[in-house]
Design a protein around this ligand. Structure first.
Ligand code: 5GP
Ligand code: MN
Length: 344
C-alpha cells in the first residue's frame, strides 16, 4: 500500500475501539464539512453502533445539502442555535470523541474544542497539519481521503462489518476528495478500493455521482454563470487565477451552505494556470480556498499567510482583513514565488 503501514495504525484503532465498546461516543466533523468528512463520520458511526456504542455525528455548522441523501444523514446534529444545548449535553456526557478529517482545534467551533481536553480522543485524518489535539493519532497524510484510511483499517480487522451503507459512505468520501478520481492524491490503490467496494456491495456509482454532483439548484447554476463572467480574474504575468465572492454576490443569489464548494476548480481549469484561489467574504471574515497543480504546496502557502493548512494541492485559510486587502495581499505575496511567473 503506498506510503503507510496500515497494520500498525489498524492495531492502534482496534485498541481504541475496544475502549469504546458500550460507551457514548461523539463523532466530530470539521467546519464546512465536505463529502469526505461526512462520509467518514457516518461510516465510523454506523460501525461503532454495530458494536453496541451509542453514537452521534456532530457538525460544527450547516453542511452541503448535496449530502442529505446519504443514509441516516438526517441524524447528524448541527451545532446551531436550535440544537446548541442538545449538542453540548451530548458531548458533555460522551466519554470518547473521535475527530474526523481534521486534527486542529481551529477547524471546529471554540466551544466544542473546549471539550477535547477532558476526553479520550481519537483523530482519524489525512491532512498534513500538525495535530494540536491530544489523542490516539490514526493519521496518514499520504492517503487520498479520511475515507480511504477508514476502508484500510476496517478491511484489516473488521472486514465483515462493512455493509452497503458503509461502502456508500466510503466511496462517496473518496469520490469527493479525489475530484472523481483525478486529483494528484490519486494512487492505483484508490482504484482498487473503489473497485472492491463497488464489486462487494453492488454500488450503483452513477447514482451516487448523480446524487452528489448532479443535484444543483437552478439558482446555483445561475450563480455559477455570474461567478465565471464577473468574479473570475487572472493575475497578469502569473500562472495564477482567482475568484472573489463578496457578500453581495452570494446574498443576491440566496446561496445555501456548500454551494461555493468546487468553484475554485474552475479557476484552476484555465490553460496555463497552476495556482488558483477563491476568496469568499462572510460575516466573520474572508474564507480562502487554494488549489495547485505540481509541486507547489498550497498547504504551506495557506499556513504562512492565511492561518490555514490542508494538503499540498488543496488547502484553505482565513483572513480578518477586508476582502480588498486580502486579495491585494495575496497578489503581493506572489512575488516570492517566481516559478509561478510566465517566461521564467
Ligand atoms: P476547501 O478549499 O475545499 O475548503 O479546503 C481544501 C482542503 O483544505 C480541505 O482538505 C480542507 O479540509 C482543508 N482546509 C480548509 N480550510 C482550512 C483551514 O483553515 N485550516 C486547515 N488546516 N485546513 C483547511
Ligand atoms: Mn478529507
Amino acid at each position: 500500500m503506498p506510503g503507510c503501514d496500515y497494520s500498525e495504525i489498524s492495531s492502534l484503532f482496534c485498541n481504541f475501539i475496544d475502549e469504546c465498546k458500550g460507551k457514548k461516543v461523539t463523532l466530530l466533523m470539521h467546519k464546512n464539512a465536505d463529502g469526505d468528512c461526512i462520509g467518514a463520520s457516518l461510516a465510523v458511526c454506523m460501525f461503532l453502533e454495530a458494536l453496541g456504542c451509542e453514537c452521534k455525528v456532530i457538525s460544527t455548522n450547516a453542511y452541503n445539502r448535496n449530502f442529505n441523501w446519504l443514509p441516516y444523514s438526517s441524524n447528524i446534529l448541527i451545532f446551531n442555535s436550535l440544537f446548541r444545548s442538545t449538542v453540548v449535553n451530548y458531548i458533555d456526557e460522551s466519554s470518547v470523541i473521535i475527530c474526523l478529517d481534521f486534527s486542529q482545534k481551529s477547524r471546529i467551533d471554540p466551544e466544542l474544542a473546549n471539550f477535547l481536553d477532558g476526553k479520550r480522543v481519537c483523530i482519524i485524518d489525512h491532512h498534513q497539519d500538525k495535530p494540536d489535539i491530544n489523542g490516539v493519532n490514526i493519521i496518514n497524510s499520504e492517503a487520498s481521503s479520511t475515507c480511504e484510511i477508514i476502508y484500510e483499517i476496517l478491511n484489516i480487522a473488521y472486514s465483515d462489518k462493512i455493509n452497503k451503507d458503509i461502502a456508500t459512505y466510503l466511496y462517496s468520501g473518496i469520490l469527493c476528495d479525489t475530484g472523481h478520481f483525478i486529483t494528484q492524491n490519486m494512487t492505483y490503490r484508490v482504484y482498487e478500493i473503489a473497485a472492491d467496494l463497488m464489486k462487494r456491495f453492488n454500488l450503483e456509482v452513477h447514482i451516487i455521482n448523480k446524487n452528489i454532483f448532479g443535484n444543483n439548484r437552478f439558482a446555483r447554476m445561475r450563480f455559477l454563470g455570474h461567478v465565471l463572467s464577473r468574479c473570475l480574474k487572472i493575475v497578469p504575468n502569473y500562472k495564477v487565477a482567482y475568484i472573489v465572492l463578496t457578500k453581495e454576490d452570494t446574498e443576491k443569489f440566496y446561496l445555501k451552505q456548500g454551494e461555493t464548494d468546487g468553484l475554485v476548480n474552475y479557476a484552476l481549469s484555465i490553460e496555463n494556470i497552476e495556482f488558483a484561489a477563491l476568496f469568499n467574504q462572510k460575516n466573520d471574515g474572508v474564507y480562502i480556498s487554494l488549489r495547485s497543480i505540481g509541486d507547489f504546496s498550497v498547504s504551506d502557502f495557506a499556513k504562512k499567510y492565511f492561518n490555514g493548512g490542508g494538503h499540498k494541492n488543496a488547502a484553505g485559510g482565513f483572513s480578518n482583513s477586508s476582502i480588498a486587502d486580502t486579495v491585494s495581499n495575496f497578489i503581493n505575496y506572489l512575488v516570492n514565488y517566481s516559478f509561478l511567473k510566465f517566461n521564467n
